[in-house]
Design a protein around this ligand. Structure first.
Ligand code: LMR
Length: 358
């Protein structure tokens, strides 16, 4: 950025050269002020600040749409001082790479599933994958609004990651090439999981073989049989067309997909004061949009998948759900050693989850 001193010196030198010609002097003076004005404007005000927003889903999935809305709002509310480049479908970074890139500052905005935060060294986020912890939207909203999230946010900030908002994308369903009605139906299946240790324990408790596969590689892994099944929200299953390469879907609502809209802390803290209010407003409004539309998108996606006739859908009965809960409660117990009994009990309280009486 040019110093204040530089502009003043340039002025006096130029004036001296033009002393004898009044009009020329006036013109020269005019030119000097133009130049000085140009020199005085800080460099970054000229070049918009670029925010690269990378994500792994398709542009027409709930997160894809919210990311594009964020772009429009951020550019509008900062009068073009910020330019947002959205990279969907893992086109810039795949799952694990994107978190590393954020910490390095090579990308400025992400909205990954909090089930993928393990590699960040913040294992506490895995707790949200405890089976049947937050099956309904109200409980999920209650949990995300609880003061406990403040505690977890601090852990992210300690890893140079700034959480801006949480986007709840609803409950998971299972897909596979065999019907998944009772827990024993999982025995021996290779099941794709996201990175969390809790999801690993859930698959093992069901007798399945867990395999972490990047979202962008999942369609092919299902198509080629690298894995037999996976769990996800209907809007991902429909927009990625997983239902074309799976024969059965069980509406189980056993887990949840929650995103954290995150940025690089140093980048965000260093943003010029004049663009922050516009960006904060864009975060808030794209979050409201996400909250208002994701549930409907997932409902519509489930209808679309059913209407495709390409997959057999099974809605879990209450008796089946009780059998799954009974089968999976040992994972809650097992995770007491990982997170501490007290922490898990505080999560139960914050989310409203009541463990079934054994
Ligand atoms: C998954 O990996 O299944 C999801 O987290 C992908 C996403 O971002 O919705």
């Amino acid at each position: 950025m040019p110093s204040f001193a530089t502009t003043r010196l340039a002025k006096s030198r130029l004036a001296k050269n033009f002393a004898l010609k009044p009009i020329a002097a006036v013109l020269a003076g005019f030119m000097v002020s133009i130049l000085a004005g140009a020199l005085a404007v800080p460099a970054h005000a000229q070049q918009p600040i670029v925010i690269k927003f990378s994500h792994v889903v398709s542009p027409d999935a709930p997160k894809g749409k919210a990311a594009l809305l964020f772009k429009d709002l951020a550019e509008k509310y900062t009068n073009g001082k910020v330019k947002v480049e959205v990279y969907p479908n893992s086109s810039l970074y795949k799952d694990k790479e994107e978190l590393e890139a954020l910490q390095l500052g090579s990308v400025q905005l992400l909205a990954p599933s909090i089930s993928k935060f393990g590699p960040l060294g913040v294992k506490e986020f895995d707790v949200f994958d405890l089976p049947f912890l937050m099956t309904d939207d109200a409980r999920a909203r209650q949990m995300m609004a609880s003061p406990m999230m403040g505690e977890l946010n601090k852990k992210l900030e300690a890893k140079a990651v700034e959480p801006l908002a949480y986007w709840d994308n609803g409950a998971h369903v299972y897909t596979a090439n065999v019907p998944l009605i009772m827990p024993e139906d999982f025995r021996g299946l290779k099941m794709r999981i996201q990175g969390s240790k809790v999801l690993d324990a859930v698959a093992r408790e069901l007798g399945a073989i867990p395999q972490i596969i990047a979202f962008g590689e999942l369609y092919q892994a299902l198509q080629t049989g690298v894995v037999d099944g996976e769990d996800n929200v209907p809007s991902n299953i429909s927009t990625q067309k997983f239902y074309e390469v799976q024969k059965h879907l069980t509406v189980s609502h056993h887990g949840r997909l929650t995103y954290a809209l995150i940025t690089n802390k140093a980048f965000w803290d260093a943003l010029p004061a004049e663009v922050r209010p516009g960006l904060d407003r864009a975060v808030q409004e794209s979050t409201e949009f996400f909250d208002d539309t994701a549930a409907k998108d997932n409902e519509d996606a489930l209808k679309l998948i059913a209407a495709s006739g390409k997959i057999t859908m099974h809605v879990q009965t209450d008796a089946e759900k009780r059998a799954w809960i009974a089968k999976l409660m040992p994972v809650h117990k097992e995770m007491q050693s990982r997170f501490g009994k007290d922490f898990i009990e505080r999560i139960y309280k914050a989310s409203g989850f009541v463990p079934p009486q054994s």
